[in-house]
Structures are given as structure tokens and as C-alpha cells.
Design a protein around this ligand. Sequence first.
Ligand code: PMP
Length: 422
Amino acid sequence: MANVLQEQQLTLFDTVYTAYKEFVNPPLARFMKMAGAPVEIRARGCRVWDHTGKSYLDFCGGYGVFTLGHMHPRVVAAVRDQLDKMALSTRVFFNEQMALLAKSLADLAPGDLAISFFSNSGTEAVEAALKLARLSTKRVHIVSTHNAYHGKTMGSLTATGRDVFKDSFQPLVPEFEHVTFGDLDALDRALPGAAAFIVEPIQCEGGVVIPPAGYLKGVRELCDKHGALFIADEVQTGLGRTGYMWGVDADGVVPDIMTIAKGLSGGVVPIGATISKRDVWMSAFGKSPLMHTSTFGGNPLACAAGLAALEVLVDEKLVDRSREMGAYLIKRADELRAKHPDVIAEVRGRGCVVGVELTSEGYGGVIIPECLKLGMTAAYTLNQQRVIRLEPPLVVTKDEIDEAVDILGQGVTKAKDKLGKL
Ligand code: PMP
């Protein structure tokens, strides 16, 4: 019996791997296999099970998608219920779920952010923000930051601040400029005549880079001074991830436009949103309501997931929990750094987005696969391979954090044994 099971597992892995290698992404398939990636089968809360039945603590969390954990029962129930009625919109009739979600977002968003445009991903939310800013201000120049990550479609890629993703696609969208993240003087010099400044409250993909306190306040002042719009890219930092409802809340500022995705899905159905102040939206689209549209954006199924996700976030007080569990994770990971300062240079984070910076990029190549072997997912940051990012669901427990840090510690020891001093 055991042999039959093993054979079935092997066959499933081979089938999936071969299809990945042939039809999805050959080099990525080989890289994932080398890193020991199994096939994901099911997930609940902070755990994922693979094709052999082995379970993993999910501290990669779909790069910040699973704020509520996997398959939160209330989100799943809301989506099932909606699925029994209708999944996608006619787009000719009013869509109740979209209306309710837009209202909920306006209630929860900072200040007077009011009108939501819905799409299906983070990068689409950013594209909408960039177009909205240009149309609203009748200006074209967009300022963003070095080391930023805003997505990989043409507009958001242009705003992204990492050349390796951009160089092959030049020329990208004209009239974009990058300044150093955290540098208000540089921003002051770049903003005259600009339509907008787009910035992440924390550069998550950039290696969990936290700006100096008061930076976003300064950004707000400079945008006002120069008549430019302030776009906060909250795709990853929004909805409790940083221990605040929104990343900008750490500085108590209200942007003109905010992009949201990841957590809004409730971890169940993808969705993106671009929320803006009423006057900003009206000055762009007030006379041309179909200027920017999306067939699938704001579909009833995704909006049902989003609505349930917002309810769970509030009812289960997950923003407070993010702050509390994040502080515990940072403390435990920092103890690990104190034990292994030769491998871990720094631990930093806010709420449940935590970066473990290694003394050398090379260690990550052993630590991440070893963590996987021992039953935990962790991820590189896309712009900074020296930083391992931990983004557990906000529902994570202290026991799960202890288990994760223990596994990470074993990964560090293994890397030291294998690679010595780098
Ligand atoms: N903006 C930020 C801040 C992000 O972190 C990401 C994704 N990591 C994106 C935009 C792009 O989102 P997506 O991958 O859903 O297009």
C-alpha cells in the first residue's frame, strides 16, 4: 500500500514538473526543482500541504497575499454563496458586490479617499493610478524611487526601480524619473511640474526598507507644495500587513491615490483596487467614465471575497494582531541574529513584514531550500536577494513563530556548515 502511494506521489510530481518544464517556464521549473519545491495540494490558515501529505508553515504567504491565512472560512463561504448566484458581471447591470466593496473601502481608507476603480492585480492597480494622475493633473512627469517595486506591466515597470527587470524592455514609458527612497531634498528637486510621486510606505520587495520617520509627512507636504499627486502603493503594505491598517498610517498622512491588491483577495479570489479622492477622480474621469476600464475588474466573485476579507480583518482585530505577532517575530528572529551575526546582518520589519538581511547573498541559496525541507516557506525579496522576507498570515500564533524561527535557525546552521565564511 505504502509503495502504491509513493508511486502515485512520484507520478503526480513528475507530471506537474514535466508540464512546467515543457509548457510553463523551463528555467524556473528547473530552479524550483533544485530548491526542492513540491506540488502544493491544499492549504488552511498558516499551513500548506504538498503532494506527499507533508505540511509547511507558510511564511512566504504568496508574497503577502495571505493576511487572513489560507482559505479563511468566512471568505470561502462568501465566495461560495456568490458563486451560487453569479460569478462575473454583465457590466451592463449594477453590480451589488462592487458597490458594497467600494463603500467599505472608502470607510476604511485614510481621510477622504472615496472612489474605487477595480482590477485584478497589483500592477493593474498601479497602471490605473498612473493614468489617473496624468489625466487629473494634465501633467505627464511621474517621479518614483530607486529600488521600488510597482509591478511588471509597462507603466508600473517604468515606475519600478530595478534595472534588471527593465533594461531588456527599453524604451519604456517616457517622462519617469527616480529619486532615492527616503530623500526629501531629492524629491523637492524632482517634483516641480510633475503629475505625481508614487511610493511604497515600506519597500517590501526592495528588501523591507523602512523610510526615516516622518518621510511620508514630508512627501505629503512636498506634493502639496508642487501641486503633484501623492500615490501610495499599498499593494503589499495595505490591510494590516505592517501593523497599521495602511502603511501610510504610520505617518498619519492621506495620499491622493492609493493602490491595493494582495490582501484584498482574502487569499481566495484575486482583485486590485485604485482608490482616489473624489476631486482627483472627477477631474480625470468626470466627463469620460469609460476612459479606463477592465472586463473582469470588480467582478462579483472577487468583490464578495474582498468584502468578506475586510469584515474579517476588522472583526478579528487583525491589524492589532499583526503588530503584536510581528513584534514577537522580529524579537525571535533578532535572537537568532545575535547567535549567528556572521550569517545574519540585520533583522528589521514593521508588523508582519520582516526582512532578515544576510551578510552574504550566497547563504540564502542554502537557507531557503533547507527551510523548505524542514517544513517552512520563506522568500527572497524580488529586488534584493540578500534579504529573506518573512510574511506570515496575520493570524499566525506565537507557537508557529517559534517553530518558524527554529527552522530558520537550522537553515542558518546548515548554511554555515556547508559554506563556511562568505
Ligand atoms: N506594488 C507592490 C508594492 C508590490 O509589492 C507588488 C507585488 N509584489 C506589485 C505592486 C505588483 O503586484 P502584482 O504582482 O499583483 O501585479
